[in-house]
Write a protein that binds this ligand. Structure first.
Ligand code: SAH
Length: 240
C-alpha cells in the first residue's frame, strides 16, 4: 500500500481509493507509536537498558497486537498482563532486560521456552537470524504461531511441547531465553547451549525467583550469575 506514494506509474484512481484507508490506518496507529516511545523512554531506558538494537525492537513491535482485546488499552503499561491459560505477557522492562542480557548481536540461533503470546519471540526475531520457541499449552502455541505469521515474523518457529527438554533437533543454540520459571535450569537446556552461548532464565520457586545468566565458555565450563529478583509463572512439568 505504501508503494502508492512512491510509484509515479501507479494509476491515480487507485491512489485515491487507497488513500482513505491508509490515512485512517496512520492516524489510528499514531497513539500506539507514541505509547511505545513513552514505554521505552520511561520504563526501559530510564532503568538502564541501553542496547540500541533492543531499544529499536521494543519501539517497533506492536505489543498491543499480542494481548487479548480486553486488556489492549493496557498493553504499554509498566506491568505484565494476563493472556489466558494462566500465562502472562511479561512487563516490557523485563522483556527488554532479558533480551539485553542475552547480548543479542552475538546470537544467530536462539531458543525461547514459553512462547505465550509470542511477543518475546517477535523481539528476538528482530535481533537473531533464527528463533525457535516452545510452548506447552496447545491453544497458546497455536494462536502465537498464527499471530507471528500474520505479523510477518517469518524467522520465528513455534513448537508445541515441553520446553524443559529444549529442542534437540535444532540444537545447539547460541542463545536461550526461558520465560517460565523452573525450580532449577533443566540440564537439557544447558546441554543444548553452544560454547560461547548464553542462557537467561528466571529460576526458583514462587515468591523466591531470581533472574540468572548462564554462560558456557569456549572450554565448556559454566559461569552463572544472579541479576535480580523476578516473578514469572512457574514452568509446568510435562503432562500438566
Ligand atoms: N514469553 C511469553 C510470556 C511467557 S508466560 C510472551 O512473550 O508472551 C510463560 C509461558 O510459558 C506460558 O505461556 C506457559 O504456558 C509456558 N510454559 C510453562 N511451562 C512450560 C513448559 N514446560 N514448556 C513450554 N512452555 C511452558
Amino acid at each position: 500500500m505504501n508503494d502508492c506514494r512512491h510509484d509515479s506509474s501507479f494509476p491515480l484512481a487507485f491512489c485515491a481509493i487507497l488513500a482513505l484507508p491508509l490515512t485512517t490506518l496512520l492516524i489510528a496507529d499514531d497513539p500506539v507509536t507514541l505509547q511505545r516511545e513513552r514505554m521505552v523512554a520511561d520504563q526501559i531506558e530510564s532503568r538502564g537498558v541501553r542496547n540500541p538494537d533492543v531499544l529499536r525492537a521494543m519501539r517497533s513491535t506492536p505489543r498491543h497486537l499480542f494481548v487479548p482485546a480486553g486488556v489492549r488499552s493496557m498493553a504499554y503499561e509498566d506491568h505484565p498482563l494476563p493472556i489466558g491459560y494462566g500465562a502472562t505477557i511479561s512487563q516490557p522492562y523485563i522483556v527488554a532486560l532479558m533480551t539485553e542480557l542475552l547480548a543479542p548481536a552475538k546470537r544467530r540461533r536462539v531458543l525461547e521456552i514459553g512462547t505465550g503470546s509470542g511477543y518475546q519471540a517477535a523481539i528476538l526475531g528482530q535481533l537473531a537470524a533464527e528463533v525457535y520457541t516452545v510452548e506447552i499449552v496447545p491453544e497458546l502455541a497455536q494462536s502465537a504461531a498464527k499471530r507471528l505469521r500474520e505479523l510477518g515474523y517469518a524467522n520465528v518457529t513455534v513448537r508445541l511441547g515441553d520446553g524443559s527438554k529444549g529442542w534437540p533437533e535444532r540444537a545447539p543454540f547460541d542463545g536461550i531465553v526461558v520465560t517460565a520459571a523452573p525450580p532449577e535450569v533443566p540440564e537439557a537446556l544447558i546441554a543444548q547451549l553452544s560454547r560461547g552461548g548464553r542462557l537467561v532464565a528466571p529460576v526458583g520457586s514462587m515468591g523466591a525467583q531470581e533472574l540468572i545468566v548462564i554462560e558456557k565458555k569456549a572450554d565448556g565450563t559454566i559461569r552463572r550469575r544472579s541479576i535480580c529478583p523476578v516473578s514469572f509463572v512457574p514452568m509446568k512439568p510435562a503432562g500438566k
